[in-house]
Ligand binder design. Structure first.
Ligand code: GAR
Length: 191
C-alpha cells in the first residue's frame, strides 16, 4: 500500500478527481489533504470523503521540520500538489526526491515561474494570442515549475475564446489526465 498526501490551496477540483479515481485502487490511499489556507474548499471536500486534513503554517513548513515530520510519522510516500501556491521547501524536496508531483495550467516552460498561477496564466496566454495551451504534469524541485516534465496535454484556442474559456478547457484536460498520471507514477514505484 502506498500513501499519498495532496496539498492544495483552493477549490481542489483536481484533488477531488484524484480522490474519486483512487477510490477503486486498493494499493494507493489518499491519507492526507493539506492546505495553507484553513478556509480552503478542498478541506471541506476531504472531510466529506473522511480523509485526514491539516492546515500548513509557515512556521511548520519553512522554519522547522515539523511538517516534514508529520508526513513521515503518517508514512506518506508521495506528495501530490494540486493548485498549491507555496514553494515547497528544500527539506521536503530532499526527503521526497522524485516523489513530489505538480500540475501547471500551461505548456511549460512557457507561462511558468513565480506569479504564474491560475487565471494569471490564462490571461497571459490570451494576451499573447496563443493558438494552443494546455497543462503540464512535472516533478517538483526547488524552483517554481522547473522539474522534469512527465506529461503534457494540449488544447486548441479559438480566436473568440476568453481567458475564462481557456481556463475551462485546460481544467478539463487536468481532470482527465492528472488522476491517471498520479496513479501510474505511484504504481510504477510499487512494482
Ligand atoms: C489548476 O488549474 C492548477 O493547474 C493550478 O491551479 C488550479 C487549481 O484548481 N495550479 C497552478 O496554477 C500552480 N502554479 P483546483 O483547485 O480546482 O484543482
Amino acid at each position: 500500500m502506498k500513501r499519498i498526501a495532496i496539498f492544495a490551496s483552493g477549490t481542489g477540483s483536481n484533488a477531488r478527481k484524484i480522490v474519486e479515481h483512487l477510490e477503486d485502487n486498493k494499493q494507493i490511499e489518499v491519507a492526507l489533504i493539506a492546505s495553507n489556507r484553513k478556509s480552503a474548499k478542498v478541506l471541506d471536500m476531504a472531510m466529506k470523503f473522511g480523509i485526514d486534513t491539516k492546515v500548513i503554517t509557515r512556521q511548520d513548513f519553512y522554519e522547522s521540520d515539523r511538517f516534514l515530520n508529520t508526513l513521515k510519522n503518517i508514512e506518506i510516500d508521495w506528495v501530490v500538489l494540486a493548485g498549491f501556491l507555496w514553494l515547497v521547501p528544500s527539506n521536503l524536496i530532499s526527503s521526497y526526491s522524485n516523489r513530489i508531483v505538480n500540475i501547471h495550467p500551461a505548456l511549460l516552460p512557457a507561462y511558468g515561474g513565480k506569479g504564474m498561477y491560475g487565471m494569471n496564466v490564462h490571461r497571459a496566454v490570451k494576451e499573447n494570442k496563443e493558438k494552443t495551451s494546455g497543462m503540464t504534469i512535472h516533478l517538483v524541485n526547488e524552483h517554481y515549475d522547473e522539474g522534469a516534465i512527465i506529461f503534457q496535454g494540449s488544447t486548441d484556442i479559438e480566436v473568440n475564446d476568453t481567458a475564462e474559456d481557456i481556463a475551462a478547457k485546460v481544467l478539463k484536460l487536468e481532470h482527465e489526465y492528472y488522476p491517471r498520471v498520479v496513479e501510474g507514477l505511484v504504481m510504477a514505484q510499487t512494482k
